[in-house]
Unconditional design. Sequence first.
Length: 178
Amino acid sequence: MSNGIIVFMGYMGSGKTKLGKMVSKKLKIPFFDLDEIISKKENLSINEIFRFKGDKYFRDIEKKTLHQILNSENEIVLSLGGGTPCYFDNIDKIISATKNNFYLNASSSVLAKRLFSEKNTRPLISRFKSFEDLKIFISKHLFEREPFYSKANFRVESTNEYQKVVKQILKKISLNMQ
C-alpha cells in the first residue's frame, strides 16, 4: 500500500479535476486525470472511444490503465472518471492501493447546476433539454453509484468553496501520513 497516491472519485461535476489540481499544487506532486491518460493512449477523445470502440472496450482499457497507475510507486494525485469505481474490482483495487482515496460528494441539485451549461460536451447527459430532467437523471444515477463511491476512505462535501474543501482534504491526508 502506498500513501503516495491520492485518488479522487465522484460523479461528473463533483470537482475531481479542479480539486485534484489544487491539491497537487499544494503538495507539489503531479496531477493526472485517468480519462486524459486513456485519451492520449488511444489518440481519441473519451466520446470517440465510446462511439467507435464501445463501452466494454473503454471499461477494459480504463481498468488496465487504472491498475498500472495504482501499481506504480509514484507520488501522484489522480482523478477518476465518474464510472471508474463502479466497474470490475476497481473500487477494491483503489482502496487496497491507497488510504488516501476521496469521494467528492455533491447533491443532484449542485451537480445539475454545474453540469447543465456543459451538457453538450458530456455524452451521458447531452440529451437532456431541461434542468429538471437532468437533475432527475443525476439523482437516479447517483443512487446506483453510491454503493461504490461510499466505499472510499473519506467522503468530502464538494461545495463551491474550493479552498475550504482543499484544506479538509489536506488535513485528512496528513492524518493518514502519521
